[in-house]
Every structure is written in C-alpha cells, then in structure tokens.
Design a protein around this ligand. Structure first.
Ligand code: PTJ
Length: 245
C-alpha cells in the first residue's frame, strides 16, 4: 500500500505497514499487531512525542549500558519490524550483544529475525540454540536463553516485553531496561529503568545519547545512574497522562 507523505498520520501508518509486512513475511505474530495497537493508544495519550521523562530514562539507560560488562539487547518480532538497523547501531555503539528472544517462539521465526538483523549489518546474532539455559521460574517460551548471551548478561534491554520475563530477569539480579509505551504494564513497573516511549523514537534517541556519552568516564556515568529514581520518573509520566492529555 502506498502511504502519501502528506497524510496527517503518515508516521503512524508507516509503523502499521511495517508490522503488517512483518506478519506477511512470517516474523511478526498476529498478537504482535494487537500489542502494537495497545502501544498506539498509549502513544496517543503521550502526544506521540518523547516526553521529558522518556528522554531522561533514555539517557540513564545509555549510561547503564556503557557501564555494563555484558549488556544484551533482546529482540522480538515487533522490534525487528520497526527498528532493525537502529538495534544493530545501538548494539555496536554500546558494545552489546543481540539475542533473539520470542514470546511465541519458533525456530523458523528466530532464523528469520536473525537473517533480517544480519542483512542490517549485525555481525553476530544469538538465538537460544541447542545448548540453551532456562530462566528460573518462567513457563513461557521466553525462558530459553543463550548461555553466552542473556544468561551471563548483567544488563538486558527488553523492548516490547511481557512482564513475566522482566520480573524473572530482575530476580536473577540483572539490570533490566524496558521500552514500553504503557507506564502501567508489569514490565514498566518491574524494570530497573523504564523507558516509556515509542521504540521508533527511543532507539534513535539512545543512539544519539550513546554517541555523546561513549567517552564519559565511569564516575560520570555512575553518577547519572545513581541519581535516577525510576519509580518517581514513572509516577511523573502517569501524572502527565492524567493532567495534560
Ligand atoms: O515476537 P514475539 O513472539 O516475541 O511477540 C512479541 C509481542 C509484542 C507480541 C509480545 O511480547 C507481547 O505479547 O507483548 P505484550 O505483553 O502485549 O506487551 C507489549 C507491550 O509493548 C505493551 O505494553 C505495549 O503497550 C507496548 N508497545 C507496543 N508497541 C510499542 C510498545 N512500546 C513501545 N513502542 C512501540 N512501538
């Protein structure tokens, strides 16, 4: 479908089309379209822009990724449909591994997503593989993780995640950075740093912040992380939704 640039909802229609194409090509699930609809509703309430709170969380997340020894970016169908190149660029600049981790897991989808990331320049893309480890206390497909990726990570970036795995990863004492437009979701509520923003804006912002901050010394990065109060930041976003829109 050709979407005219002049259409007032051009950006939103492009995102929908990317997901529809992903469904047609077999790497986005039907549930992924429903999840996107929920995201759109919250984006509407946030004014379809990065809020001050979103930007702060994005900066803090970059400081945390740069401080981490084994950071991993977890990727699912929706993420790769919307920001494939951005994920690769962010992984490069923050020295993070990329691991495909799916809620509706299938070997075929894992391989498709890996292929797309490789086509977008990723040198290495992990999948759970034959020697997978299981995240304790998690019954979904998402429990299966790569022993050299999420399993040994200290920080995991989890865009468009379900709450169960976030909780389990936090229980494993990992830092969890979420990107989720819903500030009330269990993912946002449990994550160490909750970025409430659309992934199509969050990832490019984070790439810019990483370029700015990659030469900062550890002390400066530590101070950015330790001054941040995730609960308060989330409360501010919820208040913003209630009062501004
Ligand atoms: O590819 P799979 O099999 O791993 O499945 C991926 C989905 C997204 C279907 C799966 O993880 C899922 O069901 O997720 P949930 O539990 O519906 O949560 C997705 C969250 O992402 C919701 O809270 C949405 O508000 C949020 N969301 C949707 N689109 C965006 C978003 N957040 C940021 N940017 C978006 N574009």
């Amino acid at each position: 479908m050709k979407i005219p640039r002049s259409h007032p909802r051009y950006k939103s229609l492009i995102q929908r089309q990317l997901l529809i194409n992903g469904l047609r090509d077999g790497f986005v699930t039907e549930a992924g379209l429903i999840a996107h609809g929920r995201g759109e509703a919250f984006d509407y309430l946030l004014g379809e822009r990065t809020t001050e709170e979103g930007e702060i969380a994005e900066r803090v997340a970059i400081a945390m990724l740069l401080l981490s020894k084994n950071p991993v970016i977890s990727v699912n169908g929706n993420t790769v449909a919307l920001v494939p190149r951005g994920i690769v660029e962010l992984a490069d600049i923050t020295n993070s591994k990329i691991e495909v981790n799916l809620f509706h897991g299938s070997r075929e989808r894992e391989e498709l997503i890996k292929k797309i990331l490789r086509e977008n320049g990723a040198k290495e893309v992990l999948i759970s593989g034959e020697k997978y480890k299981l995240i304790p206390g998690l019954d979904s497909e998402r429990a299966r993780v790569n022993p050299d990726g999420i399993w040994i990570s200290d920080t995991v970036l989890v865009p468009l995640e379900d709450g169960d795995r976030t909780e389990s990863l936090v229980r494993m004492r990992k830092n969890v950075i979420s990107i989720d437009l819903n500030p009330l979701s269990r993912t946002s509520q449990y994550a160490t740093i909750s970025i409430v923003d659309n992934i199509v804006r969050a990832i490019p912002n984070m790439i810019e912040f990483a370029k700015e901050m990659k030469n900062c010394d550890k002390e400066e990065l530590n101070s950015i992380v330790s001054k941040f109060d995730n609960k308060k930041n989330l409360e501010k976003i919820i208040r913003r939704i209630r009062t501004e829109f």
